[in-house]
Design a protein around this ligand. Structure first.
Ligand code: XMP
Length: 563
């Protein structure tokens, strides 16, 4: 796919090339993390498991700050974070593989409580003098683990645990100082050296299928490691606002608002720091939802107090999209036009600002030098981080596809946060639920939900149908539980009958999916009553549609969007 942001925030700043008025030089290094000054940080070393981000999220749920580093991170970079504990993640390799991730075994000598998970357990055993061998019986999926030694990791947990396993190798010989702590009927499932505060489990406590997993992680993070639960929205807001204030000084910033959660929370944080020296630009690309251009402006101005410049460029976008049916070409056109519009607007604002500053004789340094982006933590870490730190740095600079010659410096106030944390921060900032609970909406908007040609007429048809889907789902109280629910306009016309009239009109597909992050999704079994009212209303109220179908495809093999 051609887009970078899997979390679907409609951020289409693929490549902002800002004009000649903005010339403040290259980006200065910004502090890596926004953790509270006296924070307890848990460092998670990523050996390439698909669940590593989940470990970080679980730990954050205890209000403890956690950071994912590639397993190849240098010992110095780990020490810099002053971790109170270390978690070694799972991974797809065997410790004997030639291309097994190369982590420095010195991580096991740091003297902080350490928890090995799956591959992490094998890494620990292998490098501390134990032995790892291929299992006679591989274990994948649900399993029962019997606790043999009631150590601190299992405090308060039952003697038999329901866990989720995924491993081929097992620990066959314990390293010195370790004892067997739990077994499945096939293999050793947990080992521990309580004196050194080193623990390891063969299963994945971070996944929901491991029923007592959260309690186990809580025991490790809060009880064994004594981490302070001070990673709260309040402390995050305080440190972030203070940091932005210092960074920006007397300067000014601009931000592209999409109407989505991420850009709105990012903008509110920055405006809390620098007030109306932040200018937000909101562009109507002609493929927004019904009334969205006006609603977003109202919300952002009156409810969030932001300084918003709204640009209605819908005609220009729609004329460029005319006659185009290829999905990727649609995306490219929208991305390209957006950049041009944003660039023009930014330059206009900068010039105006310079004129005003000259009149008021303001000191140098008060010009627009900053661009706010709503980059989130998952975009920064990427599971490819296991390939090495350089890879990670590269990938996070690429977030949003900003070109190397961009003259604005970036402020990314959300780059340490997961999506659910962004919502918590937004709530603490007093932002309305209507903004915070908005379902993700793709940057190219309705363009990728109008299969086939985009015409002003077809946009309007889809806007009306989509509005009905969203309002019926809200009415049924389902909006918040569903990841995305929307209508798709198909290029298929079929025959119908209305009153005594024969109709020949478009078909509309309704789609609703549950998902954690947009990477995989399950279709939602919407109640028949809801489907019925959606279908009745669309056929009766939307001129141009005479048939409604429901999409019952999960991802994979389908995608969430139809294009
Ligand atoms: P797919 O259709 O790939 O979508 O299953 C996964 C998630 O990404 C969103 N999406 C996009 N977001 N620009 C975006 O900002 C895009 O071009 C784009 N295409 C898909 C989609 O809404 C879903 O949440």
């Amino acid at each position: 796919m051609a887009y970078a942001n899997s979390t679907a925030e409609p951020y289409i700043l693929h490549s902002v090339v800002l004009g000649p008025y903005i010339s403040t030089g290259a980006s200065e290094p910004v502090p890596r993390y926004n953790q509270p000054v006296d924070s307890s940080t848990v460092v998670i070393l990523d050996f390439g498991a698909q669940y590593t981000q989940l470990i970080a999220r679980r730990i954050r749920e205890f209000n403890v700050f956690s950071v994912v580093l590639p397993c190849t991170a240098s010992i110095d970079s780990i020490k810099e974070l002053n971790p109170v504990a270390l978690v070694l993640s799972g991974g797809p390799s065997s410790v004997y593989d030639a291309d097994a991730p190369k982590a420095d075994p010195v991580v096991l000598q740091l003297g902080v409580p350490t928890l090995g998970i799956c591959y992490g357990m094998q890494f620990m055993a292998h490098h501390l003098g134990g032995e790892v061998t291929p299992s006679d019986k591989r274990e994948y999926g649900d399993a029962t683990v019997n606790v043999l030694a009631k150590n601190k990791l299992f405090a308060g947990l039952p003697a038999a645990l329901d866990v989720w396993m995924s491993h081929g190798d097992s620990v066959a010989k314990l390293p010195d100082g370790f004892v067997e702590a739990a077994r499945t009927e096939n293999a050793l499932a947990s080992i521990a050296d309580e004196k050194r505060r080193m623990y390891a489990v063969q299963w994945h406590p971070e996944v929901a299928h491991s029923k007592q997993g959260t309690e186990l992680l809580r025991n490790f993070v809060l009880n064994i490691s004594g981490a302070k639960p001070n990673w709260t929205p309040e402390s995050f807001i305080q440190t972030t606002v203070e940091r932005i204030r210092q960074q920006v000084g007397k300067g000014r910033a601009i931000c592209a608002l999409s109407g989505g959660v991420d850009s709105a929370v990012a903008a509110v944080l920055v405006s809390k720091a620098i007030g109306d020296r932040l200018t937000c630009i909101f562009v109507n690309n002609g493929v927004l939802r019904k009334n969205e251009f006006q609603q977003v402006q109202d919300n952002m101005r009156s409810k969030l107090g932001l300084n918003v410049v709204a640009v209605d460029a819908s005609k220009r976008f729609l004329s460029q999209l005319g006659g185009i049916t290829d999905p990727e070409t649609k995306r490219k056109i929208i991305g390209r036009e957006f950049i041009t519009v944003f660039d023009d607007e930014a330059n206009r604002i900068v010039k105006e600002q310079e004129r005003k500053a000259e009149l008021k004789k303001e000191p140098a340094g008060s010009e627009i030098a900053w661009l706010v982006q709503g980059t989130l933590y998952p975009d920064v870490i990427e599971s490819s981080s296991v390939k090495g730190p350089s890879q990670t740095i590269k990938s996070h600079h690429n977030v949003g596809g900003l070109p190397a010659d961009m003259k604005l410096k970036l402020i990314e106030p959300l780059r340490d946060l997961f999506k659910d944390e962004v919502r918590r921060v937004g709530r603490d900032l007093g932002m309305p639920e209507e903004v915070l609970e908005r379902q993700p909406f793709p940057g190219p908007g309705l363009a990728v939900r109008i299969v086939g040609e985009i015409t002003p007429e077809r946009v309007e048809i889809l806007q009306n149908a989509d509005d009905i889907v969203v309002s019926e789902i809200k009415k049924a109280g389902l909006y918040k539980q569903i990841w995305q629910s929307f209508a798709v306009l198909l290029p298929v016309k079929s025959v119908g009958v209305m009153g005594d009239q024969r109709t020949y009109a478009y078909t509309c597909a309704v789609r609703a999916v549950h998902s954690e992050d947009g990477m995989t999704a399950d279709w939602v079994p919407l109640p028949y009553e809801v489907l019925k009212s959606i279908s009745n209303r669309i056929v009766n109220e939307v001129r141009g549609i005479n048939r409604v179908v429901y999409d019952i495809t999960s991802k994979p093999p389908g995608t969430i969007e139809w294009e």
